[in-house]
Structure formats: C-alpha cells, structure tokens
Design a protein around this ligand. Structure first.
Ligand code: GUN
Length: 290
C-alpha cells in the first residue's frame, strides 16, 4: 500500500478563499479586519512563520501590523504594548509568536491579551471554554488538523485518535477538540508524551495518528497500524550538506508504505495553521462589530 497525500495547500486554499469573501463583506459594512503580530528576538523559524502570517493576511485583504522586539526586551514592555492593542478598536486580533525568550513568562503574556482578540486561543479563558465545549477561539494548528481530517472525507467519530505530544499549542487543545460531543469530533483520544511507557503499544492502536513532538523522523513504520491515517504536525529544520531542509516528526518514506493517508512536510499541516488563523481573525472582526 502507498498512502495518498492529504494536501494542506489545497485545503488551506479553500479556507483562504472563504475568508477572503468574508473579509470583503466585512469591509462593505465598514469593518476593516486587522491582525497585530508581535515577534520577540530573531529565531529564524519564528521569523518565517510571522512572515507567512503577514503575507497571507495581505493576500486575503486583512490588514497586518507587526511589532518586532529585541531578544532582551522586558516582559513589561510587551504587556504594555498588548494593553494598548487591547484598547485599540481598529485591531481585531493579537498574536504573540511563541516561543518567547526564557526571561519572559508565556503565561503572563498570553493572559494579557483580551480574550476577544486572542486569535490563537491560548488565553486560559479561551482554553477553558474549549475544554467545556463552549464557542471560542480554537488554537490554529489543532483546528487545522481537525479540518484536514474532515475535509479529506475521514470520519473522526468513534475512531481512536492517538496524539503524540502534550503542548498547550497542539497536543492538549487537539485532544480537547476531538473528544467534543460535536460533528467532526466524537473521537476516542489517547495523548502520549515523553513519559509514556511503551509508546508503540499505543500508536499501533491508532486509526488516526497525530505526531506533534518536534523530533525529526520519530514515528517509524513499525509504530503505525496498516491503513491508519497519519498527520504530521512537526516542522523540523535539519542541516544536510550545508543546506537546511524541512522534515516532519514522521519518517515519511517508510510510513507512507503502511498508512492509508498521510500529510507531507512541507505542504501539510503548516498552511492549515495560517488558514485557520485568518478564519479566527475574521471571526474576531465579526464579534467586534456584533
Ligand atoms: N508557535 C508555534 N505555533 C504557534 C502558533 O500557532 N501561534 C503562535 N503564536 N506561536 C506559535
């Protein structure tokens, strides 16, 4: 068997087209959707993600403003800026690119964002709403993964989804999303992490296996049940012959031989994250004008 590819660029393209139409309608009503992006330091991966978020914003008519701070910026400077952006009625979404330097508390920064502008869905208030099953901003990568699954014609309901990785950005919110009593969810979810014993025992049970650990090639073909769907959230930069190459958390060439469907890296989950971010910014703009 060779798995078919789940094309993140194509699915994200559909989402972006829908959001672009929504943005046009908002503009006709006098609402000009705007995203403020805050970047601290010069991490090349973070800079690349922030550039992609700004480029796609422009493509679909969302105004994007960037605030770039030096690595040694004080936490209070960020909190002050977030306070100003919270008060600025022309800004609908606020995003602080993570990770932050170690001297800054991610919790303090994420908690400073007004929940109604928290387009990443990282504020504890919004994270709690997701757990409770209330309408909220759902973190972009988990919602992107869920959309990829459903838009590829895969039913999550009743399936066993095994997630590897317990981050607040991917693993935990994805678990909370997929266990919801809701369309496109209703899954049985196992969350594995660095302290899980005999991880293969769990991954071999997965109808849908999601890798979100940040370790290149971690998922090997012996860990995958034949016919499973494999979603690779990892974006790892590896140096090869002086060049940087992007690889996922899955040993793609080998796992492709046993899975039924698989996401590539690049061109899988990555574009979905940005597409959903645009959707969340449009949602924030709609809520602000309601
Ligand atoms: N770092 C890795 N993924 C994300 C994300 O979705 N949002 C933000 N703000 N930072 C990230």
């Amino acid at each position: 068997m060779t798995a078919s590819l789940i094309d993140g660029n194509q699915i994200a393209g559909q989402i972006k087209a829908e959001v672009a139409a929504q943005v046009s309608a908002l503009k006709r009503k006098g609402v000009n959707p705007c995203l403020a992006v805050i970047l601290v330091g010069d991490d090349p991966a973070s800079s690349t993600y922030v550039s992609a978020k700004q480029r796609v914003s422009r493509e679909i008519g969302i105004r994007s403003i960037q605030h770039h701070f030096a690595e040694d910026t004080a936490e209070s400077s960020l909190v002050d800026l977030i306070g100003e952006l919270n008060q600025d009625a022309s800004v609908h979404g606020i995003l602080v690119q993570l990770p932050l330097p170690p001297h800054i508390s991610e919790y303090n920064i994420v908690s400073a964002i007004a929940p109604q502008k928290d387009v990443d869905g990282f504020h504890p208030y919004n994270a709690g709403r997701l757990v409770t099953g209330l309408d909220t901003f759902i973190p972009c990568t988990p919602l992107g993964v869920s959309e990829m699954i459903s838009k590829s014609g895969i039913e999550a309901s009743g399936k066993h989804v095994v997630i590897i990785g317990r981050s607040n950005i991917v693993g935990k919110p994805l678990m909370n999303l997929l266990v919801q009593k809701a369309d496109q969810a209703n899954a049985t979810v196992t969350l594995c992490h660095s302290r899980t014993r005999d991880i293969k025992v769990h991954t071999l049970q997965a109808d849908i296996l999601v890798a979100a650990i940040g370790r290149p090639g971690f998922v090997t073909s012996d860990m995958v049940k034949p016919g499973a769907v494999v979603i690779d959230v990892g974006i790892n930069r590896i140096k090869e012959k002086g060049k940087t190459r992007l690889v996922g958390d899955v040993d793609f060439d080998e796992v492709r031989k046993v899975a039924s469907k698989i996401t590539p890296v690049p061109g899988g989950v990555g574009p979905m994250t940005v597409g959903i971010l645009m959707q969340n910014v449009a949602k924030a703009a709609v809520l602000s004008s309601a």
